[in-house]
Design a binder for this molecule. Sequence first.
Ligand code: GDP
Ligand code: IMO
Ligand code: MG
Length: 427
Amino acid sequence: MATAMVIGAQWGDEGKGKIVDYLAAKADVVVRSQGGNNAGHTVVTGGQAYPLRLMPSGIMYNDTICIVGTGVVIDPKSLIEEMHTLESKGVNAKNLQISTRAHIVFPYHIRLDEAEEACKGNRKIGTTKNGIGPCYADKINRIGIRICDLMDKEVFAEKLKYNIESKNMILKKLYNMDGFDYEQMLADYLGYAEVLRPYVCDTNYTVQKYIDEGKNVLFEGAQASMLDLDNGTYPYVTSSHPVAGGACVGAGIGPHMMHNIFGVVKAYSTRVGEGPFPTEQCNEIGDKIRDIAHEYGTVTGRPRRVGWLDARAVRYAAGLNSFDRLAITRLDVLDTMEEIKVCVGYEKDGKTIEEYPADLKLLEQVTPVYRTFKGWMQDISSIRNYEELPENAKIYLEAMAKLIGVPIGIVSVGPSREQTIVLTEVF
Ligand code: GDP
Ligand code: IMO
Ligand code: MG
């Protein structure tokens, strides 16, 4: 049995899609286990970029089984659109499986997401406005509607009626907004049901079966550890558990099945949306990195906030996930930086803060302690062998591994599949 997991170690957009696409070459199965179309994973192959939202990044391979698992929240309209877009680019979804237990996103979730953000004013989270939080809230509140419900017209009609009535009341009375028409939404969703029906199955059962059969199964995280609902910078987080433990729940398997847990770490930091970001560089350094790396959100197009690598935060993430290896991405983005800084810890009033602060007031007041590294000032994008990396790049990488406390397994030096240096083979 071989399993591997790809988890974001920062605030998202680390390049998980690229790493999954690389590892998927040898995987039989790729499984998404949480999040929804708030994710934007760009895979570059054959000179073409494929932006993915709900579809696992293994979809580029014709024979790979791609699973949208139990813990994912599915906007069927968005998923069907994604399937069509991929088909138009020659990528088919014949090996897609969708969990009977996954929850469904409805237009009222999206409208509530927008309404709640608007009401919060300067306390807004900066969500992707895809209805993710309200959909997970319904799940937790045990009024959510699942894919298995959608497959049964009578059950679905009854559950939708209850939900639309209560959501319309909230939208109208609390937010002074329009509600939704039940008959129209019922017809739309019953239409989506027939498109998705061939792909729907008990993925808890199939994932366990594939693992038992000794297949190579790869778990693809969306979002990232610092956006984890419980352990991230709450409330500036997403509404799922994008950590290794969350992947077990969301894929419907036990923790002993999880091996080769990769923490994906961008060689610097970015964050989209609001929330504390101790190493943020609102200056020419941040602007330079954003321009070189084109750091704009795949989902919302928002400019990503940019900062130095926060090894303190990634060390915290390593503990949350028990990472086996790091996959360092976008190292090439730093090719023209004369100096590179890394945050090695936080201080307040001259004292080191040992624990990662839960209290955002404290997190906003900490002073990052930086270590400065010399840049390598050369193009590394065509290097394929670790030994051939410039000495200063190796010093930077080795310091990263030490500061985070996890060895490096992969170094990525460009967006395409080939631009990957592998130190440890997984499958
Ligand atoms: P994800 O959400 O973690 O999958 O990351 P995104 O796809 O949202 O953002 C990462 C971006 O970086 C994508 O545009 C990738 O194509 C790109 N990328 C991934 N790895 C590398 C790398 O090593 N170097 C460069 N220059 N770009 C990369
Ligand atoms: P990938 O998988 C970066 C952020 C949003 C917002 C917060 C809550 O591409 O790394 P939500 O819509 O989930 O309720 O928004 O989480 N966020 C992401 N940031 N990458 C993502 O996904 C994200 N998914 C959500 O910007 O701050
Ligand atoms: Mg992304």
